[in-house]
Design a protein around this ligand. Structure first.
Ligand SMILES: [Zn+2]
Length: 282
């Protein structure tokens, strides 16, 4: 499953290619699962809108659209109107968002095609159909939790106050922080020296401050590397574009800790494989 850095990379890649382009028409497949908003409703709402910006919120890709302009006289006003309609894309397990020339044949499992005025197409491809497309029309889409890259230290500390669950489970809880997945939870806890089983509400402010910093460092270095997914994600050109940042604990069970040489341990916590150094993380 793509994590925050992969989604950020994809959103940025799509933004570079389709910003300011206009959606001429939209086509959707006959499958039900990928669409939280009925396809006929989406097609009617999307046609004629200009793409103002594509960006990431949590693990969602937000395609912000300008208001429709019925005739030239209102075009200037439309440009000044904040985006009122957003297409929200969640990639699920295997979803991909591709920008292609219209002449390029559709990949198998293509579920949405937005034809653009430039002659290109924004396509959503998802073999396993866990991905979702939806329209959001009630203000800016924010998602349920806080944004791990921009949350202040005070707000970060407050998130965990009184929480009786493990810090690993708390990091994965999307209603607290959105977009932090399994790999980056394990990697940031290692860098902060915190054992994943520690109760979140009992961690000192100093330890949470280390985690706050580690989480941002890990996510930002992964974004710089283009996302660290080991799987088959592709960027907006359809290229296999991701480099793996060096994982220090994730998927390294039994291998020596890069700091102290102690074998990395794997346990299951919050239903997820969890990796840590029993010496460095206390
Ligand atoms: Zn160690």
């Amino acid at each position: 499953m793509p994590e925050l850095p992969e989604v950020e990379t994809i959103a940025n890649g799509v933004d570079r290619r389709v910003r300011d382009d206009t959606i001429v028409s939209a086509w959707f497949s006959n499958f039900k699962e990928p669409f939280k908003t009925p396809p006929t409703e989406m097609a009617a709402a999307l046609a004629g809108r200009r793409i103002a910006r594509v960006y990431r919120v949590g693990k969602h890709i937000v395609v912000a659209l300008t208001a429709k302009s019925a005739h030239p006289r209102s075009a200037r006003a439309a440009n000044q109107t904040p985006a009122s309609t957003q297409l929200i894309v969640h990639l699920g397990m295997t979803g991909r968002l591709l920008v292609s020339a219209a002449a390029v044949p559709l990949a198998p499992h293509t579920h949405a095609v937005l034809s653009l005025a430039s002659g290109r197409e924004l396509r959503f491809v998802d073999p396993r159909r866990f991905g979702r497309l939806a329209l959001h029309t009630t203000g800016a889409f924010t998602g349920p939790g806080s944004e791990p890259l921009t949350i202040s230290l005070d707000d970060f500390v407050a998130l965990f106050r009184g929480r009786k669950l493990s810090i690993k489970a708390a990091l994965l809880n999307q209603s607290l922080l959105h977009g932090v997945g399994n790999i980056y939870a394990d990697e940031s806890l290692f860098r902060a020296g915190i054992r994943p089983t520690r109760i979140a509400g009992r961690l000192t402010r100093a330890r949470l401050a280390r985690l706050h910093k580690a989480l941002r460092t890990v996510l930002q270095s992964a974004i710089r590397a283009g996302g660290s997914s080991v799987s088959d994600y592709v960027d907006a050109d359809g290229e296999a574009g991701f480099f793996q940042i060096q994982h220090r604990v994730y998927a390294r069970e039994g291998q020596p800790c890069l700091v102290c040489g102690t074998p990395i341990r794997r346990i299951v916590l919050a239903g997820r494989g969890t990796h840590f150094c029993p010496h460095c993380q206390t």
